[in-house]
Design a protein around this ligand. Sequence first.
Ligand code: TRP
Length: 331
Amino acid sequence: MKKKIVFSGIQPTGLLTLGNYIGALKQWKKLQKKYFCIYCIADLHSLTIHQKKNILNKNILDVLAMCLACGINPEKSIIFIQSHVPQHSQLNWILNCFTNFGEIKRMTQFKEKIFLNKNINVGLFNYPILMAADILLYQTNKVPVGKDQIQHIELARDIAYRFNKIYGNIFTIPEKILNYNGSCIMSLINPNKKMSKSDTNNNNIISLFDNDSIIKQKIKNAVTDSNYPPIIKYDFKNKPGISNLLVILSNITEFSIEKLEKDFQNKNYNSFKESIVINLCLFLNKLRKKYFFYRKNEKYLKSIITNGAEKAKKYANITLKKVYNVIGLDI
Ligand code: TRP
């Protein structure tokens, strides 16, 4: 039987965090066992914030090397850079013409971003439609995403339905995959908000590049609660700090939350945190070793970029041709 298709994307902006690893890259690796996976470094999306040339170049290679270090296998899956496959922009324009102003105006991420950004460009507005093009070009069945992207997947589905209703079954209707617990790793100091690499308070995030002593410091400062006696139990509503730390430890050690709850039954928060520090340092040191191995070898990275674009184009072109044909553009 033909494998179902998974598609996802990551923006090449800044240093990746533990949230990116647990919420995206770790899951991307796993999905390769069951699906044909296509992963995209979404450099066009990152232009909604103005980027400096050298930094963007470097960030793209950094993210690619981290994807490889996290176990994305370019022999099995396709990993490519969005701007190298022009079909994304081509389909984007067509989908623009099948998207209503009203539905795009309602996107909550856009509404949030216009509060934060000084540079409110049309790209920011168009962002979810480019994302729909990314997904629909590959006849994607499943899209692993974090909670903040659910609305964008719904939009991609709506656009696909609308298009199919007029032109026949051109696009596969994609479904989201949410990570069971770690789809959102929360901030360390404010566990009610997502751990985000653009956070201005560095104590909220664990970068994949934080060294042992910084990790120790940050975990020590992570918010818990003042329950007495201390209890290490997953209960996000009442114990967001402890729950977030449990999710982190579970994802790093691969022990289930239930097992960890049992192991730490009569322990205090300090020994729980100590265990997190030990495991996290071990894990990140190992990951970084792999990362630097790939990052140093730019020739290899560039060959993956060239191959990835070539393979992605083949699939993208099949869909784009169908679209051109049914619309009447292929004379
Ligand atoms: N917008 C996504 C993010 O910032 C990245 C992305 C781009 C993406 N294209 C995609 C995710 C297609 C899933 C599918 O996280």
